[in-house]
Design a protein around this ligand. Structure first.
Ligand SMILES: [Mg+2]
Length: 396
Protein backbone atom coordinates (compact mmCIF):
# COMPACT_ATOMS: atom_id res chain seq x y z
CA UNK A 1 0.00 0.00 0.00
CA UNK A 2 1.34 3.39 -0.92
CA UNK A 3 1.19 6.58 1.07
CA UNK A 4 -1.99 7.69 -0.70
CA UNK A 5 -3.74 4.54 0.40
CA UNK A 6 -2.53 5.18 3.92
CA UNK A 7 -3.93 8.68 3.79
CA UNK A 8 -7.40 7.69 2.62
CA UNK A 9 -7.87 4.27 4.18
CA UNK A 10 -9.11 5.41 7.60
CA UNK A 11 -12.86 5.98 7.36
CA UNK A 12 -14.56 8.11 8.43
CA UNK A 13 -12.48 10.99 7.14
CA UNK A 14 -12.15 13.82 9.66
CA UNK A 15 -14.17 16.96 9.04
CA UNK A 16 -11.86 19.66 7.78
CA UNK A 17 -12.13 23.38 8.38
CA UNK A 18 -12.73 25.30 5.18
CA UNK A 19 -15.01 22.73 3.59
CA UNK A 20 -12.36 20.32 2.30
CA UNK A 21 -13.78 16.81 2.17
CA UNK A 22 -10.55 14.95 1.59
CA UNK A 23 -7.37 15.04 3.62
CA UNK A 24 -5.12 17.68 2.03
CA UNK A 25 -2.15 15.33 1.75
CA UNK A 26 -4.29 12.73 -0.02
CA UNK A 27 -5.61 15.35 -2.42
CA UNK A 28 -2.11 16.54 -3.22
CA UNK A 29 -0.94 12.97 -3.82
CA UNK A 30 -3.95 12.21 -6.00
CA UNK A 31 -3.28 15.29 -8.12
CA UNK A 32 0.16 14.06 -9.10
CA UNK A 33 -0.58 10.33 -9.26
CA UNK A 34 0.37 8.76 -12.61
CA UNK A 35 -0.12 5.34 -14.21
CA UNK A 36 3.11 3.39 -13.88
CA UNK A 37 2.15 0.15 -15.61
CA UNK A 38 -0.71 -2.01 -16.82
CA UNK A 39 -0.68 -5.75 -16.21
CA UNK A 40 -2.62 -7.94 -18.66
CA UNK A 41 -3.66 -11.48 -17.75
CA UNK A 42 -5.82 -13.70 -20.00
CA UNK A 43 -7.82 -16.23 -18.00
CA UNK A 44 -10.41 -18.93 -18.47
CA UNK A 45 -13.28 -20.04 -16.25
CA UNK A 46 -14.89 -23.45 -16.75
CA UNK A 47 -18.63 -23.79 -16.30
CA UNK A 48 -20.19 -26.33 -13.96
CA UNK A 49 -22.61 -27.35 -16.70
CA UNK A 50 -23.10 -26.32 -20.34
CA UNK A 51 -25.24 -23.21 -20.62
CA UNK A 52 -27.39 -22.79 -23.74
CA UNK A 53 -28.98 -19.68 -25.23
CA UNK A 54 -30.72 -19.31 -28.60
CA UNK A 55 -27.47 -18.93 -30.55
CA UNK A 56 -24.83 -20.97 -28.70
CA UNK A 57 -23.94 -23.43 -25.93
CA UNK A 58 -21.11 -22.41 -23.59
CA UNK A 59 -18.92 -24.60 -21.39
CA UNK A 60 -16.28 -22.00 -20.54
CA UNK A 61 -15.62 -18.28 -20.60
CA UNK A 62 -12.39 -16.61 -21.70
CA UNK A 63 -11.69 -13.21 -20.19
CA UNK A 64 -8.89 -10.73 -19.61
CA UNK A 65 -7.89 -9.29 -16.25
CA UNK A 66 -6.35 -5.80 -16.17
CA UNK A 67 -4.42 -4.35 -13.24
CA UNK A 68 -3.42 -0.70 -13.47
CA UNK A 69 -0.52 0.23 -11.20
CA UNK A 70 0.19 3.81 -10.16
CA UNK A 71 3.26 5.51 -8.76
CA UNK A 72 1.28 6.26 -5.57
CA UNK A 73 0.97 2.55 -4.83
CA UNK A 74 -2.75 2.34 -5.58
CA UNK A 75 -3.93 -0.30 -8.05
CA UNK A 76 -7.13 -0.62 -10.06
CA UNK A 77 -8.65 -3.88 -11.29
CA UNK A 78 -10.82 -4.53 -14.31
CA UNK A 79 -12.20 -7.46 -16.27
CA UNK A 80 -13.09 -8.00 -19.92
CA UNK A 81 -15.57 -10.74 -20.80
CA UNK A 82 -15.88 -10.64 -24.60
CA UNK A 83 -18.57 -12.64 -26.38
CA UNK A 84 -17.97 -12.81 -30.13
CA UNK A 85 -21.58 -13.23 -31.21
CA UNK A 86 -22.69 -10.26 -29.15
CA UNK A 87 -19.80 -7.86 -28.63
CA UNK A 88 -17.80 -8.77 -31.76
CA UNK A 89 -14.60 -9.22 -29.77
CA UNK A 90 -12.70 -12.18 -28.34
CA UNK A 91 -10.07 -12.82 -25.70
CA UNK A 92 -7.41 -12.56 -28.43
CA UNK A 93 -8.62 -9.21 -29.76
CA UNK A 94 -9.07 -7.95 -26.19
CA UNK A 95 -5.47 -8.86 -25.31
CA UNK A 96 -4.20 -7.26 -28.50
CA UNK A 97 -6.15 -4.07 -27.77
CA UNK A 98 -5.04 -4.08 -24.12
CA UNK A 99 -1.39 -4.06 -25.18
CA UNK A 100 -2.02 -1.01 -27.35
CA UNK A 101 -3.96 0.78 -24.59
CA UNK A 102 -1.19 0.01 -22.09
CA UNK A 103 1.27 2.16 -24.02
CA UNK A 104 -1.27 4.97 -24.34
CA UNK A 105 -1.87 5.07 -20.59
CA UNK A 106 1.58 4.85 -19.02
CA UNK A 107 2.46 8.22 -17.50
CA UNK A 108 -1.13 9.49 -17.65
CA UNK A 109 -3.36 10.74 -14.82
CA UNK A 110 -5.54 7.76 -13.77
CA UNK A 111 -8.24 10.00 -12.29
CA UNK A 112 -8.94 11.77 -15.61
CA UNK A 113 -11.33 9.02 -16.73
CA UNK A 114 -13.19 10.96 -19.44
CA UNK A 115 -9.93 12.14 -20.99
CA UNK A 116 -8.48 8.61 -20.88
CA UNK A 117 -11.57 7.04 -22.44
CA UNK A 118 -11.44 9.67 -25.17
CA UNK A 119 -7.83 8.73 -25.84
CA UNK A 120 -8.70 5.03 -26.02
CA UNK A 121 -11.67 5.80 -28.27
CA UNK A 122 -9.46 7.56 -30.80
CA UNK A 123 -7.24 4.49 -31.14
CA UNK A 124 -9.83 1.73 -30.92
CA UNK A 125 -12.83 1.23 -33.16
CA UNK A 126 -14.63 -1.28 -30.97
CA UNK A 127 -13.61 -4.03 -28.51
CA UNK A 128 -16.03 -2.78 -25.84
CA UNK A 129 -15.18 -5.54 -23.34
CA UNK A 130 -11.54 -4.50 -22.94
CA UNK A 131 -12.54 -0.84 -22.78
CA UNK A 132 -14.88 -1.86 -19.95
CA UNK A 133 -11.96 -3.53 -18.16
CA UNK A 134 -9.86 -0.36 -18.30
CA UNK A 135 -12.82 1.84 -17.39
CA UNK A 136 -13.69 -0.17 -14.29
CA UNK A 137 -10.02 -0.26 -13.23
CA UNK A 138 -9.91 3.55 -13.48
CA UNK A 139 -13.10 3.87 -11.39
CA UNK A 140 -11.56 1.44 -8.88
CA UNK A 141 -8.59 3.80 -8.61
CA UNK A 142 -10.76 6.90 -8.34
CA UNK A 143 -12.79 5.34 -5.55
CA UNK A 144 -9.65 4.28 -3.70
CA UNK A 145 -8.15 7.77 -4.09
CA UNK A 146 -11.37 9.30 -2.75
CA UNK A 147 -11.76 6.73 0.02
CA UNK A 148 -15.26 5.84 -1.20
CA UNK A 149 -16.96 2.83 -2.78
CA UNK A 150 -17.75 3.63 -6.42
CA UNK A 151 -21.53 3.66 -5.92
CA UNK A 152 -21.20 6.23 -3.11
CA UNK A 153 -18.78 8.28 -5.19
CA UNK A 154 -21.54 8.36 -7.81
CA UNK A 155 -24.08 9.60 -5.28
CA UNK A 156 -25.86 6.30 -4.72
CA UNK A 157 -26.94 4.86 -1.39
CA UNK A 158 -28.64 1.61 -2.37
CA UNK A 159 -26.61 -1.13 -0.74
CA UNK A 160 -28.86 -4.13 -1.42
CA UNK A 161 -31.03 -5.03 -4.38
CA UNK A 162 -32.64 -8.06 -5.98
CA UNK A 163 -31.13 -10.03 -8.87
CA UNK A 164 -32.74 -12.69 -10.98
CA UNK A 165 -31.21 -16.08 -11.77
CA UNK A 166 -31.03 -17.18 -15.40
CA UNK A 167 -32.35 -20.54 -16.56
CA UNK A 168 -30.58 -21.82 -19.71
CA UNK A 169 -32.39 -23.28 -22.71
CA UNK A 170 -33.20 -26.95 -22.12
CA UNK A 171 -36.18 -29.31 -22.30
CA UNK A 172 -39.32 -28.10 -20.49
CA UNK A 173 -38.74 -30.68 -17.74
CA UNK A 174 -35.10 -29.71 -17.18
CA UNK A 175 -35.93 -25.99 -17.13
CA UNK A 176 -38.78 -26.55 -14.67
CA UNK A 177 -36.42 -28.50 -12.40
CA UNK A 178 -33.82 -25.68 -12.58
CA UNK A 179 -36.52 -23.12 -11.81
CA UNK A 180 -37.61 -25.09 -8.73
CA UNK A 181 -33.99 -25.36 -7.56
CA UNK A 182 -33.59 -21.58 -7.99
CA UNK A 183 -36.53 -20.93 -5.70
CA UNK A 184 -34.94 -23.18 -3.10
CA UNK A 185 -31.89 -20.86 -3.25
CA UNK A 186 -34.13 -17.89 -2.45
CA UNK A 187 -34.55 -16.33 -5.89
CA UNK A 188 -37.96 -14.73 -6.51
CA UNK A 189 -37.29 -13.54 -10.06
CA UNK A 190 -36.15 -15.85 -12.87
CA UNK A 191 -34.90 -15.02 -16.35
CA UNK A 192 -35.81 -17.72 -18.85
CA UNK A 193 -33.73 -18.26 -21.97
CA UNK A 194 -35.92 -18.95 -24.99
CA UNK A 195 -35.84 -18.02 -28.69
CA UNK A 196 -36.38 -21.32 -30.47
CA UNK A 197 -39.60 -22.56 -32.09
CA UNK A 198 -42.51 -20.66 -30.47
CA UNK A 199 -44.48 -23.87 -29.80
CA UNK A 200 -41.51 -25.40 -27.98
CA UNK A 201 -40.93 -22.17 -26.04
CA UNK A 202 -44.60 -22.12 -24.97
CA UNK A 203 -44.21 -25.66 -23.63
CA UNK A 204 -41.15 -24.55 -21.68
CA UNK A 205 -42.98 -21.62 -20.10
CA UNK A 206 -45.98 -23.80 -19.29
CA UNK A 207 -43.75 -26.26 -17.41
CA UNK A 208 -41.87 -23.49 -15.59
CA UNK A 209 -44.95 -21.51 -14.53
CA UNK A 210 -46.56 -24.71 -13.23
CA UNK A 211 -43.38 -25.53 -11.31
CA UNK A 212 -42.87 -22.15 -9.63
CA UNK A 213 -46.46 -20.93 -9.12
CA UNK A 214 -47.90 -17.49 -9.79
CA UNK A 215 -45.96 -15.39 -7.28
CA UNK A 216 -42.56 -15.67 -8.96
CA UNK A 217 -41.59 -12.93 -11.44
CA UNK A 218 -40.63 -14.36 -14.81
CA UNK A 219 -38.78 -12.46 -17.53
CA UNK A 220 -37.75 -14.10 -20.79
CA UNK A 221 -34.85 -13.60 -23.21
CA UNK A 222 -35.14 -14.72 -26.83
CA UNK A 223 -31.60 -13.58 -27.74
CA UNK A 224 -32.65 -12.46 -31.27
CA UNK A 225 -34.05 -15.95 -31.97
CA UNK A 226 -37.44 -15.05 -33.49
CA UNK A 227 -38.58 -13.70 -36.81
CA UNK A 228 -41.25 -10.99 -36.62
CA UNK A 229 -44.16 -13.43 -37.23
CA UNK A 230 -42.70 -15.93 -34.73
CA UNK A 231 -42.28 -13.23 -32.10
CA UNK A 232 -45.79 -11.92 -32.67
CA UNK A 233 -47.26 -15.42 -32.31
CA UNK A 234 -45.11 -16.33 -29.32
CA UNK A 235 -45.66 -13.13 -27.33
CA UNK A 236 -49.41 -13.09 -27.93
CA UNK A 237 -49.66 -16.69 -26.70
CA UNK A 238 -47.36 -16.04 -23.73
CA UNK A 239 -49.65 -13.45 -22.16
CA UNK A 240 -51.21 -16.09 -19.92
CA UNK A 241 -47.87 -16.78 -18.23
CA UNK A 242 -47.76 -13.25 -16.75
CA UNK A 243 -44.28 -12.27 -17.94
CA UNK A 244 -42.55 -9.07 -16.88
CA UNK A 245 -40.85 -8.55 -20.25
CA UNK A 246 -39.23 -10.19 -23.25
CA UNK A 247 -35.61 -9.38 -23.97
CA UNK A 248 -34.47 -8.95 -27.56
CA UNK A 249 -36.98 -11.05 -29.52
CA UNK A 250 -35.60 -9.92 -32.91
CA UNK A 251 -32.29 -9.38 -34.67
CA UNK A 252 -30.33 -6.55 -33.09
CA UNK A 253 -30.57 -4.39 -36.23
CA UNK A 254 -34.35 -4.70 -36.61
CA UNK A 255 -35.58 -1.64 -34.72
CA UNK A 256 -38.48 -1.28 -37.14
CA UNK A 257 -39.56 -4.81 -36.28
CA UNK A 258 -39.24 -4.06 -32.56
CA UNK A 259 -41.36 -0.93 -32.93
CA UNK A 260 -44.05 -2.90 -34.77
CA UNK A 261 -43.91 -5.73 -32.24
CA UNK A 262 -44.55 -3.29 -29.40
CA UNK A 263 -47.88 -2.40 -30.98
CA UNK A 264 -49.09 -6.01 -31.03
CA UNK A 265 -47.32 -7.58 -28.03
CA UNK A 266 -49.08 -7.78 -24.66
CA UNK A 267 -45.61 -8.21 -23.11
CA UNK A 268 -43.19 -5.25 -22.80
CA UNK A 269 -39.95 -5.51 -24.79
CA UNK A 270 -36.41 -5.01 -23.53
CA UNK A 271 -33.50 -4.10 -25.81
CA UNK A 272 -30.26 -5.99 -25.14
CA UNK A 273 -28.21 -6.80 -28.25
CA UNK A 274 -29.65 -3.64 -29.89
CA UNK A 275 -28.20 -1.48 -27.10
CA UNK A 276 -24.46 -0.92 -26.92
CA UNK A 277 -23.72 2.80 -26.65
CA UNK A 278 -25.44 5.94 -25.38
CA UNK A 279 -26.10 6.73 -29.07
CA UNK A 280 -27.97 3.41 -29.39
CA UNK A 281 -30.04 4.39 -26.36
CA UNK A 282 -31.04 7.63 -28.05
CA UNK A 283 -31.87 5.78 -31.28
CA UNK A 284 -34.02 3.22 -29.42
CA UNK A 285 -35.91 6.05 -27.72
CA UNK A 286 -36.37 7.93 -30.98
CA UNK A 287 -37.63 4.79 -32.75
CA UNK A 288 -39.84 3.86 -29.78
CA UNK A 289 -38.40 0.38 -30.24
CA UNK A 290 -38.48 -0.90 -26.63
CA UNK A 291 -39.91 -0.47 -23.15
CA UNK A 292 -36.78 -1.34 -21.16
CA UNK A 293 -32.99 -1.25 -21.60
CA UNK A 294 -30.56 -3.99 -20.61
CA UNK A 295 -27.28 -2.22 -19.83
CA UNK A 296 -24.14 -4.37 -19.77
CA UNK A 297 -20.66 -3.03 -19.12
CA UNK A 298 -19.19 -5.43 -21.70
CA UNK A 299 -21.36 -3.98 -24.47
CA UNK A 300 -21.14 -0.29 -23.65
CA UNK A 301 -17.48 -0.14 -22.57
CA UNK A 302 -17.76 0.23 -18.81
CA UNK A 303 -19.18 2.19 -15.92
CA UNK A 304 -18.87 5.62 -17.55
CA UNK A 305 -20.86 4.69 -20.63
CA UNK A 306 -23.37 2.69 -18.56
CA UNK A 307 -24.11 5.79 -16.49
CA UNK A 308 -24.66 7.85 -19.63
CA UNK A 309 -27.16 5.26 -20.89
CA UNK A 310 -28.90 5.21 -17.50
CA UNK A 311 -29.25 9.01 -17.54
CA UNK A 312 -30.64 8.94 -21.09
CA UNK A 313 -33.05 6.23 -19.96
CA UNK A 314 -34.15 8.26 -16.97
CA UNK A 315 -34.76 11.30 -19.16
CA UNK A 316 -36.71 9.16 -21.63
CA UNK A 317 -38.74 7.33 -18.98
CA UNK A 318 -37.28 3.90 -19.79
CA UNK A 319 -36.55 1.65 -16.78
CA UNK A 320 -33.32 -0.34 -17.04
CA UNK A 321 -31.85 -3.65 -16.04
CA UNK A 322 -28.13 -4.09 -15.40
CA UNK A 323 -27.04 -7.40 -16.91
CA UNK A 324 -23.88 -9.39 -17.48
CA UNK A 325 -21.97 -11.57 -19.91
CA UNK A 326 -20.14 -14.67 -18.72
CA UNK A 327 -18.01 -12.70 -16.30
CA UNK A 328 -16.53 -13.27 -12.87
CA UNK A 329 -17.67 -11.50 -9.72
CA UNK A 330 -15.30 -8.62 -10.55
CA UNK A 331 -17.33 -7.52 -13.58
CA UNK A 332 -20.54 -8.20 -11.67
CA UNK A 333 -19.34 -6.00 -8.81
CA UNK A 334 -18.59 -3.13 -11.20
CA UNK A 335 -22.09 -3.51 -12.68
CA UNK A 336 -23.60 -3.59 -9.19
CA UNK A 337 -21.99 -0.23 -8.39
CA UNK A 338 -23.78 1.20 -11.44
CA UNK A 339 -27.06 -0.30 -10.19
CA UNK A 340 -26.43 1.26 -6.80
CA UNK A 341 -26.02 4.68 -8.40
CA UNK A 342 -28.56 4.83 -11.23
CA UNK A 343 -32.16 5.77 -10.42
CA UNK A 344 -33.50 4.44 -13.73
CA UNK A 345 -32.03 1.01 -12.98
CA UNK A 346 -34.74 -1.02 -11.35
CA UNK A 347 -33.81 -4.57 -12.39
CA UNK A 348 -30.69 -6.72 -12.18
CA UNK A 349 -29.42 -9.86 -13.86
CA UNK A 350 -26.08 -10.30 -12.13
CA UNK A 351 -25.68 -14.03 -11.76
CA UNK A 352 -22.95 -15.35 -14.10
CA UNK A 353 -20.61 -16.30 -11.23
CA UNK A 354 -23.01 -19.12 -10.31
CA UNK A 355 -22.05 -20.87 -13.56
CA UNK A 356 -18.33 -21.29 -12.86
CA UNK A 357 -16.40 -24.02 -11.07
CA UNK A 358 -14.18 -21.47 -9.30
CA UNK A 359 -14.66 -17.96 -7.94
CA UNK A 360 -11.36 -16.09 -8.45
CA UNK A 361 -12.52 -12.90 -6.71
CA UNK A 362 -12.06 -11.86 -3.08
CA UNK A 363 -14.48 -9.31 -1.62
CA UNK A 364 -16.87 -7.74 -4.10
CA UNK A 365 -20.62 -8.23 -4.14
CA UNK A 366 -22.25 -10.90 -2.05
CA UNK A 367 -25.25 -12.66 -3.56
CA UNK A 368 -27.48 -14.64 -1.23
CA UNK A 369 -31.16 -15.45 -1.28
CA UNK A 370 -31.58 -13.53 -4.55
CA UNK A 371 -30.18 -10.34 -3.00
CA UNK A 372 -26.99 -8.54 -4.05
CA UNK A 373 -25.11 -6.63 -1.35
CA UNK A 374 -22.52 -4.06 -2.41
CA UNK A 375 -19.12 -3.85 -0.74
CA UNK A 376 -18.37 -0.72 1.32
CA UNK A 377 -14.61 -0.72 0.72
CA UNK A 378 -13.12 2.14 -1.36
CA UNK A 379 -13.20 1.62 -5.14
CA UNK A 380 -14.86 -1.50 -6.51
CA UNK A 381 -14.14 -3.31 -3.25
CA UNK A 382 -13.06 -6.48 -5.08
CA UNK A 383 -9.67 -8.09 -5.54
CA UNK A 384 -8.23 -11.02 -7.44
CA UNK A 385 -7.42 -14.14 -5.44
CA UNK A 386 -3.59 -14.27 -5.36
CA UNK A 387 -3.70 -18.07 -5.70
CA UNK A 388 -5.70 -17.72 -8.95
CA UNK A 389 -3.45 -14.93 -10.23
CA UNK A 390 -0.29 -16.96 -9.64
CA UNK A 391 -1.48 -19.54 -12.20
CA UNK A 392 -2.03 -16.91 -14.91
CA UNK A 393 0.52 -15.89 -17.49
CA UNK A 394 1.05 -12.15 -17.82
CA UNK A 395 1.10 -10.83 -21.38
CA UNK A 396 3.83 -8.29 -22.09
MG1 LIG B 1 -30.12 -10.79 -23.19
Amino acid sequence: MGSLAWAVAKPPLPALAGGGGVLPEARALAARMRIRDVEIYPFELRMKEPFTVAFETFDHSKGVLIRIRTDAGLTGLGEASPLLRVTGDTQATAVHAARQIRYLLIGKDPLAIERTLGLIGVHLHSNPAIVAAFDMALWDLLGKAAGLPVFRLLGGDTTTFETDLTIGLETPEAMAASARASLAQGFRTLKIKLGQEPAADLARLQAIREAVGGAVTLRIDANQGYTVPQARYALQHMERFNLQCCEQPLDHKDLEGMRYLRTVSPIPLMADESLFSPSDALRLLREEACDFFNIKLMKCGGITSALKIAWIAEAGGVPCMVGCMLESRLGLTAAAHVHGAGRAITMADLDSHYDFTVDPILGGIRVAGGLVTLPEQPGLGADIDPAFLRKLERVR
